[in-house]
Unconditional design. Structure first.
Length: 304
Protein backbone atom coordinates (compact mmCIF):
# COMPACT_ATOMS: atom_id res chain seq x y z
CA UNK A 1 0.00 0.00 0.00
CA UNK A 2 2.79 2.41 0.90
CA UNK A 3 4.47 1.68 -2.44
CA UNK A 4 1.22 2.39 -4.28
CA UNK A 5 0.82 5.75 -2.50
CA UNK A 6 4.37 6.77 -3.42
CA UNK A 7 3.76 5.78 -7.03
CA UNK A 8 0.57 7.83 -7.15
CA UNK A 9 2.40 10.82 -5.73
CA UNK A 10 5.10 10.54 -8.38
CA UNK A 11 2.47 10.30 -11.12
CA UNK A 12 0.63 13.39 -9.84
CA UNK A 13 3.88 15.38 -9.61
CA UNK A 14 4.83 14.30 -13.12
CA UNK A 15 1.43 15.37 -14.42
CA UNK A 16 1.76 18.79 -12.78
CA UNK A 17 5.24 19.19 -14.22
CA UNK A 18 4.01 18.20 -17.69
CA UNK A 19 1.19 20.74 -17.78
CA UNK A 20 3.37 23.54 -16.37
CA UNK A 21 6.09 22.89 -18.94
CA UNK A 22 3.47 22.59 -21.66
CA UNK A 23 2.36 26.09 -20.80
CA UNK A 24 5.81 27.47 -21.78
CA UNK A 25 5.85 29.79 -24.77
CA UNK A 26 8.36 30.15 -27.55
CA UNK A 27 10.13 33.40 -28.29
CA UNK A 28 8.22 33.66 -31.56
CA UNK A 29 4.75 34.58 -30.35
CA UNK A 30 2.85 34.90 -27.09
CA UNK A 31 -0.57 33.24 -27.45
CA UNK A 32 -3.70 34.23 -25.59
CA UNK A 33 -2.82 34.33 -21.89
CA UNK A 34 -4.97 32.15 -19.64
CA UNK A 35 -5.68 32.69 -15.98
CA UNK A 36 -3.54 30.48 -13.79
CA UNK A 37 -5.40 30.82 -10.51
CA UNK A 38 -2.30 32.29 -8.90
CA UNK A 39 -2.82 36.06 -8.36
CA UNK A 40 0.90 36.81 -8.68
CA UNK A 41 1.22 34.88 -11.94
CA UNK A 42 -1.98 36.47 -13.24
CA UNK A 43 -0.67 39.93 -12.37
CA UNK A 44 2.52 39.35 -14.38
CA UNK A 45 0.58 37.94 -17.31
CA UNK A 46 -1.68 40.97 -17.38
CA UNK A 47 1.38 43.21 -17.43
CA UNK A 48 2.79 41.19 -20.32
CA UNK A 49 -0.51 41.60 -22.14
CA UNK A 50 -0.32 45.36 -21.50
CA UNK A 51 3.21 45.38 -22.94
CA UNK A 52 1.90 43.79 -26.13
CA UNK A 53 -0.51 46.70 -26.48
CA UNK A 54 2.11 49.41 -26.06
CA UNK A 55 2.38 51.86 -28.98
CA UNK A 56 5.07 51.34 -31.59
CA UNK A 57 6.23 54.95 -31.71
CA UNK A 58 7.82 54.89 -28.26
CA UNK A 59 10.32 52.42 -26.78
CA UNK A 60 9.25 50.67 -23.59
CA UNK A 61 12.48 49.29 -22.12
CA UNK A 62 11.68 50.74 -18.66
CA UNK A 63 8.34 48.93 -18.58
CA UNK A 64 10.05 45.69 -19.61
CA UNK A 65 12.61 46.09 -16.83
CA UNK A 66 9.85 46.79 -14.33
CA UNK A 67 7.99 43.58 -15.19
CA UNK A 68 11.22 41.57 -15.20
CA UNK A 69 11.99 42.92 -11.73
CA UNK A 70 8.55 41.89 -10.46
CA UNK A 71 8.95 38.37 -11.81
CA UNK A 72 12.28 38.09 -10.03
CA UNK A 73 10.84 39.55 -6.82
CA UNK A 74 7.84 37.19 -6.78
CA UNK A 75 10.15 34.28 -7.54
CA UNK A 76 12.55 35.13 -4.71
CA UNK A 77 9.60 35.28 -2.29
CA UNK A 78 8.22 31.94 -3.60
CA UNK A 79 4.94 33.47 -4.77
CA UNK A 80 4.79 31.94 -8.23
CA UNK A 81 4.09 28.37 -7.11
CA UNK A 82 3.14 26.24 -4.16
CA UNK A 83 6.32 24.20 -4.46
CA UNK A 84 9.90 25.03 -5.27
CA UNK A 85 9.58 23.19 -8.57
CA UNK A 86 6.43 25.04 -9.58
CA UNK A 87 7.94 28.38 -8.49
CA UNK A 88 11.01 27.71 -10.63
CA UNK A 89 8.95 26.65 -13.63
CA UNK A 90 6.67 29.66 -13.50
CA UNK A 91 9.70 31.90 -13.20
CA UNK A 92 11.08 30.45 -16.42
CA UNK A 93 7.67 30.44 -18.10
CA UNK A 94 6.88 34.06 -17.31
CA UNK A 95 10.39 35.19 -18.24
CA UNK A 96 9.96 33.55 -21.64
CA UNK A 97 6.53 35.11 -22.11
CA UNK A 98 7.91 38.52 -21.22
CA UNK A 99 10.94 38.12 -23.48
CA UNK A 100 8.76 36.98 -26.39
CA UNK A 101 6.36 39.89 -25.98
CA UNK A 102 9.10 42.46 -25.58
CA UNK A 103 11.27 41.27 -28.47
CA UNK A 104 8.32 41.44 -30.86
CA UNK A 105 7.37 44.89 -29.57
CA UNK A 106 10.99 46.10 -29.79
CA UNK A 107 11.27 44.88 -33.38
CA UNK A 108 8.05 46.68 -34.32
CA UNK A 109 9.32 49.85 -32.63
CA UNK A 110 12.69 49.63 -34.37
CA UNK A 111 11.06 49.32 -37.78
CA UNK A 112 8.75 52.17 -36.92
CA UNK A 113 11.92 54.29 -36.71
CA UNK A 114 13.35 52.76 -39.89
CA UNK A 115 10.17 53.46 -41.83
CA UNK A 116 10.34 57.12 -40.86
CA UNK A 117 12.38 59.88 -42.47
CA UNK A 118 13.92 61.36 -39.30
CA UNK A 119 16.45 59.04 -37.67
CA UNK A 120 17.73 60.46 -34.39
CA UNK A 121 21.09 59.38 -33.00
CA UNK A 122 19.52 58.54 -29.63
CA UNK A 123 17.00 56.16 -31.27
CA UNK A 124 19.70 54.47 -33.34
CA UNK A 125 22.03 54.07 -30.38
CA UNK A 126 19.25 52.48 -28.34
CA UNK A 127 18.20 50.14 -31.16
CA UNK A 128 21.78 48.99 -31.69
CA UNK A 129 22.47 48.39 -28.01
CA UNK A 130 19.14 46.73 -27.26
CA UNK A 131 19.25 44.51 -30.32
CA UNK A 132 22.62 43.11 -29.31
CA UNK A 133 21.48 42.56 -25.71
CA UNK A 134 18.31 40.72 -26.77
CA UNK A 135 20.17 38.64 -29.33
CA UNK A 136 22.59 37.40 -26.67
CA UNK A 137 19.74 36.10 -24.49
CA UNK A 138 19.69 32.33 -23.87
CA UNK A 139 15.91 32.50 -24.41
CA UNK A 140 16.38 33.30 -28.11
CA UNK A 141 16.16 30.39 -30.52
CA UNK A 142 19.05 30.74 -32.96
CA UNK A 143 18.11 31.22 -36.63
CA UNK A 144 14.47 31.69 -35.66
CA UNK A 145 12.37 34.41 -37.38
CA UNK A 146 13.01 36.71 -34.40
CA UNK A 147 16.77 36.08 -34.63
CA UNK A 148 16.63 36.80 -38.36
CA UNK A 149 14.85 40.09 -37.66
CA UNK A 150 17.62 41.03 -35.23
CA UNK A 151 20.17 40.30 -37.96
CA UNK A 152 18.20 42.46 -40.39
CA UNK A 153 18.19 45.32 -37.87
CA UNK A 154 21.96 45.04 -37.46
CA UNK A 155 22.45 45.02 -41.25
CA UNK A 156 20.40 48.22 -41.52
CA UNK A 157 22.47 49.85 -38.79
CA UNK A 158 25.73 48.67 -40.37
CA UNK A 159 24.80 50.26 -43.70
CA UNK A 160 23.77 53.46 -41.91
CA UNK A 161 27.12 53.52 -40.05
CA UNK A 162 29.00 52.86 -43.29
CA UNK A 163 27.44 55.90 -44.94
CA UNK A 164 27.78 58.18 -41.92
CA UNK A 165 31.46 57.20 -41.61
CA UNK A 166 31.96 58.01 -45.28
CA UNK A 167 30.30 61.40 -44.83
CA UNK A 168 32.48 62.08 -41.78
CA UNK A 169 35.61 61.23 -43.77
CA UNK A 170 34.60 63.84 -46.35
CA UNK A 171 33.91 66.46 -43.69
CA UNK A 172 37.34 66.06 -42.11
CA UNK A 173 39.20 65.79 -45.41
CA UNK A 174 42.09 68.25 -45.60
CA UNK A 175 45.34 68.78 -47.44
CA UNK A 176 47.83 70.94 -45.57
CA UNK A 177 51.08 70.63 -47.51
CA UNK A 178 52.57 73.97 -48.58
CA UNK A 179 55.50 72.62 -50.58
CA UNK A 180 54.99 72.78 -54.34
CA UNK A 181 56.18 69.21 -54.86
CA UNK A 182 53.06 67.94 -53.09
CA UNK A 183 50.12 67.98 -55.49
CA UNK A 184 46.54 68.43 -54.37
CA UNK A 185 44.88 64.95 -54.39
CA UNK A 186 42.28 65.42 -57.13
CA UNK A 187 41.87 61.66 -57.54
CA UNK A 188 40.82 61.29 -53.91
CA UNK A 189 38.31 64.10 -54.37
CA UNK A 190 36.89 62.50 -57.52
CA UNK A 191 36.61 59.11 -55.81
CA UNK A 192 34.72 60.59 -52.86
CA UNK A 193 32.27 62.45 -55.07
CA UNK A 194 31.80 59.32 -57.17
CA UNK A 195 31.10 57.27 -54.02
CA UNK A 196 28.54 59.84 -52.84
CA UNK A 197 26.77 59.67 -56.21
CA UNK A 198 26.87 55.88 -56.11
CA UNK A 199 25.13 55.81 -52.72
CA UNK A 200 22.43 58.17 -54.00
CA UNK A 201 21.90 56.29 -57.26
CA UNK A 202 21.66 52.94 -55.46
CA UNK A 203 19.09 54.13 -52.90
CA UNK A 204 21.78 54.11 -50.20
CA UNK A 205 22.16 50.33 -50.54
CA UNK A 206 19.22 49.54 -48.26
CA UNK A 207 15.50 50.30 -48.62
CA UNK A 208 15.19 51.35 -44.97
CA UNK A 209 18.36 53.44 -44.83
CA UNK A 210 17.05 55.12 -47.98
CA UNK A 211 14.25 56.59 -45.83
CA UNK A 212 16.71 58.72 -43.83
CA UNK A 213 16.45 62.31 -45.09
CA UNK A 214 19.58 63.44 -43.26
CA UNK A 215 21.82 61.02 -45.18
CA UNK A 216 20.41 62.17 -48.53
CA UNK A 217 20.95 65.80 -47.61
CA UNK A 218 24.53 65.26 -46.44
CA UNK A 219 25.47 63.11 -49.44
CA UNK A 220 24.12 65.80 -51.73
CA UNK A 221 26.36 68.32 -49.98
CA UNK A 222 29.58 66.27 -50.35
CA UNK A 223 30.86 68.15 -53.46
CA UNK A 224 30.40 71.47 -51.67
CA UNK A 225 32.16 70.16 -48.55
CA UNK A 226 35.14 69.05 -50.65
CA UNK A 227 35.11 72.29 -52.60
CA UNK A 228 35.46 74.26 -49.36
CA UNK A 229 38.26 71.93 -48.29
CA UNK A 230 40.06 72.78 -51.54
CA UNK A 231 39.49 76.48 -50.86
CA UNK A 232 40.99 76.13 -47.38
CA UNK A 233 44.06 74.52 -48.93
CA UNK A 234 44.46 77.46 -51.30
CA UNK A 235 43.97 79.96 -48.49
CA UNK A 236 46.73 78.19 -46.60
CA UNK A 237 49.03 78.29 -49.62
CA UNK A 238 48.46 82.02 -50.14
CA UNK A 239 49.02 82.79 -46.46
CA UNK A 240 52.20 80.71 -46.37
CA UNK A 241 53.79 82.16 -49.54
CA UNK A 242 52.70 85.77 -49.10
CA UNK A 243 55.49 88.28 -48.36
CA UNK A 244 58.16 85.74 -49.25
CA UNK A 245 59.21 87.74 -52.31
CA UNK A 246 61.94 89.28 -50.14
CA UNK A 247 63.97 86.08 -50.43
CA UNK A 248 64.37 86.68 -54.17
CA UNK A 249 66.87 89.09 -55.74
CA UNK A 250 64.72 89.96 -58.76
CA UNK A 251 61.05 90.20 -59.62
CA UNK A 252 61.52 87.73 -62.45
CA UNK A 253 62.86 85.13 -60.02
CA UNK A 254 59.90 85.80 -57.69
CA UNK A 255 57.39 85.40 -60.50
CA UNK A 256 58.78 82.07 -61.67
CA UNK A 257 59.57 80.82 -58.17
CA UNK A 258 56.40 81.69 -56.27
CA UNK A 259 53.79 83.73 -58.14
CA UNK A 260 53.22 81.43 -61.12
CA UNK A 261 53.15 78.16 -59.09
CA UNK A 262 50.56 79.53 -56.63
CA UNK A 263 48.53 81.15 -59.44
CA UNK A 264 48.46 77.79 -61.22
CA UNK A 265 47.10 76.14 -58.09
CA UNK A 266 44.36 78.77 -57.82
CA UNK A 267 43.39 78.20 -61.47
CA UNK A 268 43.00 74.47 -60.79
CA UNK A 269 39.95 75.32 -58.71
CA UNK A 270 38.22 76.12 -62.01
CA UNK A 271 37.14 72.59 -62.97
CA UNK A 272 34.00 70.50 -63.48
CA UNK A 273 34.46 68.43 -60.32
CA UNK A 274 32.56 70.45 -57.74
CA UNK A 275 29.96 72.49 -59.66
CA UNK A 276 29.76 74.79 -56.66
CA UNK A 277 27.48 77.82 -56.67
CA UNK A 278 30.19 79.61 -54.66
CA UNK A 279 32.93 79.09 -57.23
CA UNK A 280 32.92 82.62 -58.71
CA UNK A 281 33.00 84.29 -55.29
CA UNK A 282 35.78 82.08 -53.88
CA UNK A 283 37.88 82.10 -57.04
CA UNK A 284 37.75 85.89 -57.29
CA UNK A 285 38.64 86.28 -53.64
CA UNK A 286 41.65 83.93 -53.88
CA UNK A 287 42.86 85.55 -57.09
CA UNK A 288 42.51 89.02 -55.58
CA UNK A 289 44.45 88.04 -52.46
CA UNK A 290 47.30 86.59 -54.49
CA UNK A 291 47.38 89.54 -56.88
CA UNK A 292 47.71 91.82 -53.86
CA UNK A 293 50.89 89.97 -52.89
CA UNK A 294 52.15 90.34 -56.46
CA UNK A 295 51.62 94.12 -56.29
CA UNK A 296 53.51 94.25 -53.01
CA UNK A 297 56.32 92.33 -54.66
CA UNK A 298 56.35 94.73 -57.62
CA UNK A 299 56.56 97.73 -55.30
CA UNK A 300 59.34 96.04 -53.36
CA UNK A 301 61.50 95.33 -56.40
CA UNK A 302 60.92 98.71 -58.09
CA UNK A 303 61.87 100.57 -54.92
CA UNK A 304 65.22 98.80 -54.55
Amino acid sequence: MKTIKISLAVIVLAAITFFVIRSFVTTEMVDEIKQSGNPFVDKIQQKIKALQQKPENKFCKEYYNEVAYQIDDFYKNSRLGKSKLENNQWKENLSKQLYAAYTQKFINQAFFVFNGSEWTNSDLQFISSECQILQRSPMLERNSPIDQKFNEILLILNKYDEITNFISSCKVFSFNHTEFEFQFPFNDIKNKISAANSYKNNRLGNSYVNNCNRLHSELKNIPQILFLSHVRYLNNMINFWSNQYRQYSTQKAYVSGIYIPVKRLIDELDNDIYNSSEFNIEYSRLESNWDRDAKNAYNYFTSK
